[in-house]
Design a protein around this ligand. Structure first.
Ligand SMILES: Cc1cc2nc3c(=O)[nH]c(=O)nc-3n(C[C@H](O)[C@H](O)[C@H](O)COP(=O)(O)OP(=O)(O)OC[C@H]3O[C@@H](n4cnc5c(N)ncnc54)[C@H](O)[C@@H]3O)c2cc1C
Length: 270
């Protein structure tokens, strides 16, 4: 069955990191009154390449549902077709007022109900769905949906200039005492006063400190095999998004702690 294609008009475009050529995009779907999706889902963007071949790429929605608008966060991949089409094509850049075609929303990278303590783990543009999650959990103009659960965002990049939406997450951490923002740099200069190293190490520390606080043994005991996987309840989950290497490293660490596969929700970009 042919998928329904929508036309999205670019309303705002901001370069949020010069060094990675990462852009924040705000689109409007003028033919729709509302575009409904769950935070964390993605859209498929469709365009013809220079040979007239239809190309489709997935991009995570970088916002929570907001009338007929959605945001994307895309960095330019050297030699890549679509990211250059969106971000920085020298001959034909997509500028404000320009249009793209999309279908969706798609995907199962969504917050599980009921909301539990959650560790959101991202590198690079993997932060896009996390921005959607945090906008939904802690809306600026509306009731809090975090239900008082502890929400950590462990966000890894190489350099400070590559931390996307840094001020937004800092402001949220000021506003919401149960939101913990932990950016970590793998190539931090001496002057950097924040966390250093890889996300998986900081995730491990959170898990260990929390288990100690709750008096839980690690590794956790396996759940009762009599309970079907679909009916298992967890008091904490991890949501991981980024390139496969990072996702695999974090999953391995959590599995060593006895975490169940259903507790670990992930989206891989490659
Ligand atoms: C579910 C999902 C959600 C995604 N969400 C986002 C998002 O929010 N923001 C975003 O920027 N990207 C996202 N991606 C990646 C995106 O779909 C494209 O793969 C990416 O933009 C590159 O496409 P391209 O057409 O520019 O490159 P292509 O023409 O497809 O590839 C050119 C070259 O770049 C390599 N390459 C492809 N993808 C990557 C990558 N991600 N990093 C490094 N090298 C790569 C290829 O191996 C190839 O050698 C997502 C992918 C998936 C599966």
């Amino acid at each position: 069955m042919a998928r329904e294609l929508f036309t999205a008009r670019l309303d705002r475009k901001v370069c949020i990191s010069e060094s990675t050529q990462c852009f924040h995009f705000e689109f409007v779907l003028e033919e729709l009154e509302s575009f409904s999706f769950s935070p964390g889902q993605f859209i498929s963007a469709v365009a013809e390449d220079a040979d007239g071949k239809q190309q489709t790429r997935a991009y995570s929605l970088a916002s929570a549902a907001n009338v007929n608008r959605f945001d994307l966060c895309v960095n330019r991949v050297q030699g890549g077709f679509f990211s250059n089409h969106l971000a920085d094509l020298p001959d034909e850049p997509l500028e404000v007022g320009g249009k793209i075609h999309i279908h969706g929303p798609h995907g199962h990278f969504v917050l599980h109900q009921p909301i539990s303590d959650s560790i959101l783990i991202a590198t690079g543009t993997g932060v896009a769905p996390m921005r959607g999650f945090t906008q939904w959990l802690f809306p600026e103009n509306g009731p809090d949906r975090s239900e008082g659960k502890q929400i950590w965002l462990v966000y890894g990049t190489r350099y400070e200039s590559e931390i996307y939406y840094h001020e937004e997450f800092e402001a949220l951490a000021e506003r919401a005492p149960n939101f913990h923002y932990l950016p970590t740099l793998s190539r931090a200069p001496e002057s950097w006063g924040g966390l250093r190293g890889y996300v998986q190490d900081h995730v491990a520390r959170i898990v260990q400190e929390r288990a100690a606080l709750l008096g839980q043994p690690l590794p956790l005991p396996a759940p009762d095999p009599a309970i079907p996987a679909a009916e298992l309840n967890f008091d904490i989950r991890a949501y991981i998004c980024g390139l496969n290497n990072m996702v695999a490293s974090v999953r391995d660490r959590l599995t060593e702690f006895g975490w169940h596969r259903k507790q670990i929700v992930f989206e891989r970009y490659d």
